[in-house]
Write a protein that binds this ligand. Structure first.
Ligand code: BG6
Length: 506
């Protein structure tokens, strides 16, 4: 197969990968397997070092063992010993805590030694895999000791900030202000792991590398859009985090807004980080701003009750560990958005996401306007299927176009059929964590798949009216749904009143 390639050019240049939260879950589960996959595919620099920043003294050997164990448990491909040995040969650890500013001097001394020994040229990637309360203080201390300082023509210093980025619009703005007071925007890489998914990246390719779709990608031809992120997992042991967060904050301003912006954005002038991120932010900024009454009328929030998923009993959300028995935190939300611009005026975007649902499925469905039916008025035609373009993001990655075809035979009858593209039929992709591209892109200085300050704030602006209206409403209007179902009846009603229906998730 001929493949057109935008070449990113082989292994990244020399650098030191400094991870805060080094003994946390994210490091073990995602960063270590991702670094291994990069090493196995020859994309890590030859001159490389991993430095784990700890809260308590840890021997280098102990830290290395932690990483080795993490890889053993979470590798996405068979581990080649030689690759792993090389990767873990450059591991060291150091203690630093933002509430002990002098410890950042120790970090600076440690880095100076490692950088000399490993010849990493002073390029530094700081990965903040910590709870969000750490983001601003750590960055501040790094800057205080000059570790993030960049000089023209000198080595680069970049910071990856994990999610959640804020808990509402005001806190996201405050965090942006704090980070931007010590770093420049192009040093900040705000993570949204949805952007690392191949199928999410492919939305832009589908739209802009094909002449077919763009002319019909607007309100003249598209009737509505559905974006669904359904999960079967329940809150499990994340109650303490989740009960303060909920489905809206956890999923919508970031992952669902990323999907929405890729569907709704105008064609960027260039395939470059700034052009793409500007268009995405513009699309999000055009989302209708609701009054509190409109926010209530255009949303549904719900919690799961008892039920069964994959044959296993699920206890009600309110009985889960670390969840308040009278919690009003939603585990499911459905929203109707409008986008106030020339392309989308009058085209509703329906978004839904929830935990403990019937099936794990992320998809975007573009429903096109129906054909005028008058030509078939005098036939026995029972009805026409809808023209829908479905982008299957996960788990069965692909794209399907649904349309009508004539059922063979003497009478005129139609049946819904589909043209389906499955990734696995065309491409062989080794299993990955989704973090590989993101880490590599940060090392080579390509921020396209990271969020810019204006994009993050536009996402929060879109959901803020719901946060405010729901906080004021409290318990009132909070629905429930059975675990293992497709969601609450109220979500169906949200579309029914517009004469529409959700696509089934199962
Ligand atoms: C995370 C959320 O950002 O995304 C989790 O905090 C959620 O609650 C997860 O389960 C979903 O990611 P994915 O890649 O499994 O769709």
């Amino acid at each position: 197969m001929n493949a057109y390639k935008i070449n990113k050019g082989g292994p990244a240049g020399p650098c030191c990968f400094v991870v805060f939260g080094a003994n946390g879950d994210l490091t073990k589960r995602l960063l270590v397997p991702a670094l291994y996959n990069l090493a196995a595919t020859g994309l890590l620099p030859e001159n490389f070092a991993i430095v784990g920043v700890m809260r308590r003294p840890t021997e280098d050997g102990e830290f290395r063992q932690m990483l080795v164990d993490g890889l053993k448990q979470f590798a996405t491909r068979p581990v080649e010993q030689a690759v792993a040995d090389k990767l873990f040969s450059c591991v060291s650890s150091v203690v630093a805590q933002p509430d002990k500013p002098e410890s950042f001097r120790d970090l600076a001394d440690h880095l100076a030694k490692i950088e000399e020994a490993r010849n990493t040229g002073g390029n530094r990637l700081f990965y903040l895999a910590t709870p969000p309360t750490g983001f601003a203080p750590i960055t501040h201390q790094l800057a205080e000791v000059g570790l993030t300082q960049e000089e023209p023509g000198g080595p680069w210093r970049r910071v990856i900030v994990e999610k959640p980025f804020g808990t509402d619009l005001a806190s996201a703005q405050a965090l942006n202000r704090q980070l931007l007071s010590v770093l420049s925007e192009d040093q900040i890489y705000r993570m949204d792991h949805y952007l690392g998914k191949e199928t999410v990246q492919n939305i832009m390719i589908l739209r802009f590398a094909n002449g077919l779709f763009e002319p019909i990608w607007n309100r003249d031809h598209i009737e509505h859009v559905q974006i669904s992120v359904a999960e079967t997992v329940n809150v499990e042991r994340r109650g303490a985090f989740y009960d303060n967060t909920g489905a809206l904050r956890d999923m919508v301003p970031n992952h669902l807004c990323q999907l929405l912006s890729l569907i709704a954005m105008e064609p960027p002038a260039k395939y470059s980080a700034n052009s793409v991120r500007s268009e995405k932010a513009e699309a999000l900024a055009a989302i209708t701003h609701y009054t509190p009454e409109e926010a209530i009328a255009n949303s549904v929030r719900a919690q799961y009750g008892a039920g069964t998923i994959k044959g296993e009993g699920v206890i009600p959300y309110r009985e889960a560990q670390d969840v308040k028995p009278d919690s009003t935190t939603p585990t499911y939300v459905a929203l109707k958005f409008g986008i106030d611009n020339w392309r989308w005026a009058g085209v509703p975007f329906y978004l839904r996401t929830g935990k403990a649902l019937a099936k794990r499925k992320t998809e975007v469905a573009i429903k096109f306007k129906d054909a005028p039916i008058s030509m078939f008025r005098d036939t026995a035609l029972s009805g026409m299927a809808q023209n829908v373009l479905v982008l299957d993001i996960q788990p069965d990655e692909g794209i399907t176009l649904h349309f009508n075809a004539k059922v063979p035979g003497p009478s005129v009858d139609l049946a819904p059929v589909g043209m389906a593209f499955k990734y696995k039929d065309y491409f062989e992709a080794a299993a990955s964590t989704g973090y590989e591209t993101l880490i590599y892109d940060c090392m080579i200085g390509d921020a396209m798949l990271f969020q810019r300050a204006d994009g993050v704030e536009a996402g929060w602006s879109a959901v803020q009216p719901f946060l405010d209206a729901w906080a004021a409403a409290g318990q009132a209007g909070l629905a429930t749904y059975e675990a293992g179902s497709e969601g609450p009846a109220a979500a169906d009603e949200l579309l029914e009143r517009d004469g529409r229906a959700w696509r089934s998730i199962s």
